[in-house]
Design a protein around this ligand. Structure first.
Ligand code: NAP
Ligand code: ZN
Length: 559
């Protein structure tokens, strides 16, 4: 690739990266080259989460170069095109898959098999010819040579279509190359994850009979009813596996971990083909007897070239094939990775980059706005006074691990003192900073598990017209100020969000920021005696169990 003067100029980019083998992702600022004459710049809207991302994050293949921004199922809109770009214009729906460069001159590149070019440049964890690193699609934008950009068909959904850019082409290309597309033939799909479930759909479109071979019994009814597979084999059930011996023409093996090949080779017919696309970090053992005595073939296949990837997208658009996805926010990625490692995804996570990453960026910037001019007071565990049902020990309602306070209570619990007539609560009352004047700020990150409803999770105690200055309450996934009167945040279960509450006593003003954005402003409730509390306190229509988790608690003040 030629390096033009423009390409050497850098521009700011923002994404999420892992910096070590823990694989934990967090916000990351980096740079990308300016759009060159041959380049297309994409504003990234969606990015699928491939198991390869996870292998690389954890350095399971042994060649991860940190920091790494994963993501190679990228869909977005073209925001810039270079002067030599002919196929794309600003505003087009476009996609980028597993690689963003190749030599363009070798035999592979000339045969539209850039994916096998010895100088392939992967979308992340790879190096550009100028020595800079490649960073993937868990980010706001990407600059890519036009040869490696795809037209994204109009009738393919941007979110559910994203996984086709790796999962889709991988199974499509292997089936095409190995001649596994003949209608009426019987295909086994081993591993029902991201690749596997797309393989089922594409195979059905080719008219094949499909059997899913899975280690997860709970995927059986979905495989048959939703994905329309013809049958399901539980790989751990020897009797079922035995009954399938010699029944399949082909198998596509998408399993991501080491596993025995013998059971798979056994279910193939004579002349059967097993194509492995999964990339476990350990070598698989190859039993040769069933190969030799059944003239069977074992092969491998790696994504597909640009031309074939475009063909696959058009094929999927024509047959209405897209992935079954769980759409997540960028800040849910670490939990998603834990679930992916346990094969607990139906069937591909896709990150809503366009809506959740810019938001994150905004909140990082906005964060300074809420706290600038304030001084942080010192807090230690001794400033945290636990209020809990009086007949329970602290550890029956509270834990503090890895910096996270977890507080829970039951609607049937007793009040916090034997004489109180208030509702049950497990709350931390911040001691030592009771105030009657000045401007005070509470800051913390909260996490409310799904199921908790009808609970106050944070409050400023003290008022003259009522007992509190503000209460933040949770009702059915919404965060509200006082009994649903002001809705601050929806869809707030099972994710961390940042809370900043500012109380200006003199001006009688209260502001609530969520993720750095002002969501509520109201007047104070008077009174000359205030302090902050957080946890769970039963409000209207409480669930049986209520819980909130808190981390990064700070108290700030200015006078
Ligand atoms: P995925 O969504 O995690 O699916 C993998 C599936 O393998 C799981 O859902 C599970 O299916 C099965 N599995 C996992 N661990 C297992 C174990 N210990 N024993 C038996 N079965 C197990 O992953 P993916 O994104 O589809 O990727 C699959 C593999 O293909 C990964 O290794 C990935 O790196 C590789 N890959 C290769 C290419 C290529 O071009 N060749 C492209 C993309 C990805 P069940 O629950 O049904 O058993
Ligand atoms: Zn992939």
């Amino acid at each position: 690739m030629s390096t033009t003067v423009e390409e050497q100029k850098q521009q700011k980019a923002f994404g999420w990266a892992a910096t070590d083998q823990s694989g934990t992702l967090s916000p990351f600022n980096f740079s990308r080259r300016e759009n060159g004459d041959e380049d297309v710049t994409l504003k990234i809207l969606y990015c699928g989460v491939c198991h390869s991302d996870l292998h690389v994050l954890k350095n399971e293949w042994g060649f991860t170069s940190y920091p790494v921004v994963p993501g190679h199922e990228i869909v977005g809109v073209a925001t810039k095109v270079g002067k030599n770009v002919t196929n794309f214009k600003v505003g087009d729906r476009v996609g980028v898959g597993v690689f963003v460069g190749s030599c363009k001159t070798c035999e592979c590149c000339q045969q539209d098999l850039e994916n096998y070019c010895p100088q392939i440049i992967f979308t992340f964890n790879s190096y550009n010819p100028d020595g800079t690193k490649t960073y993937g699609g868990y980010s706001d934008m990407i600059v890519v040579d036009q040869r490696y950009v795809l037209r994204f068909p109009d009738n393919l959904p941007l979110d559910a279509g994203a996984p086709l850019l790796c999962a889709g082409i991988t199974v499509y290309s292997s089936m095409k190359y190995y001649g596994m597309t003949e209608a009426g033939k019987h295909l086994g799909v081993a591993g029902l994850g991201g690749l596997g479930h797309v393989a089922v759909k594409i195979a059905k479109a080719f008219g094949l009979k499909v059997t899913v071979i899975s280690s997860s019994p709970d995927k059986e009814s979905e495989a048959i009813n939703r994905l329309e597979a013809d049958s399901f084999l539980l790989s751990s059930d020897p009797a079922k596996m035995k009954s399938a011996i010699g029944s399949m023409d082909y198998i596509i093996d998408t399993v991501s971990a080491a596993h025995p090949l013998l059971p798979l080779l056994s279910v193939l017919k004579v002349n059967g083909k097993l194509v492995t696309v999964g990339l476990p970090n350990k070598p698989l053992e190859l039993p040769v007897f069933p190969l030799v005595f059944g003239r069977k073939l074992v092969g491998g296949s790696d994504v597909g070239g640009m031309k074939e990837t475009q063909e696959m997208l058009d094929f999927c658009a024509k047959h209405n094939i897209a992935a079954d996805i769980e759409l997540i926010r960028m800040d849910e990625i670490n939990t998603a990775m834990e679930r992916l490692a346990k094969s607990d995804v139906r069937y591909r996570f896709v990150i809503d980059v366009g809506n959740s990453l810019s938001h994150q960026l905004m909140s990082l910037e906005a964060n300074d706005q809420t706290t600038s001019g304030f001084t942080q007071v010192s807090l230690s565990q001794s400033n945290f006074e636990l209020q809990r049902p009086y007949d329970k020990s602290p550890r029956e309602r509270y834990s503090f691990n890895n910096g996270v306070h977890r507080l829970w209570v039951y609607s049937t619990d007793k009040p916090h003192t034997p004489t109180s007539h208030t509702e049950p609560r497990t709350e931390i009352r911040i001691r030592g900073y009771d105030y009657s004047s000045g401007v005070w700020q509470f800051e913390g990150e909260a996490y409310i598990p799904r199921g908790t409803t009808g609970a106050t999770v944070m409050q400023i105690f003290g008022g003259s017209s009522r007992a509190t200055t503000i209460m933040l309450q949770v009702y059915d996934g919404e965060l509200a100020a006082y009994r649903r009167s002001e809705r601050l945040l929806s869809n707030m279960y099972n994710r961390w969000f940042k809370v900043n509450v500012i109380h200006d006593v003199g001006a009688s003003n209260v502001k609530v920021y969520i993720d750095g954005v002002l969501r509520y402003e109201g007047s104070g409730a008077g009174g000359h005696y205030h302090y902050f509390k957080f946890g769970v306190y039963a409000a209207d229509g409480p669930s049986h169990r209520m819980e909130s988790r808190w981390r990064g608690i700070r108290v700030l003040t200015k006078n």
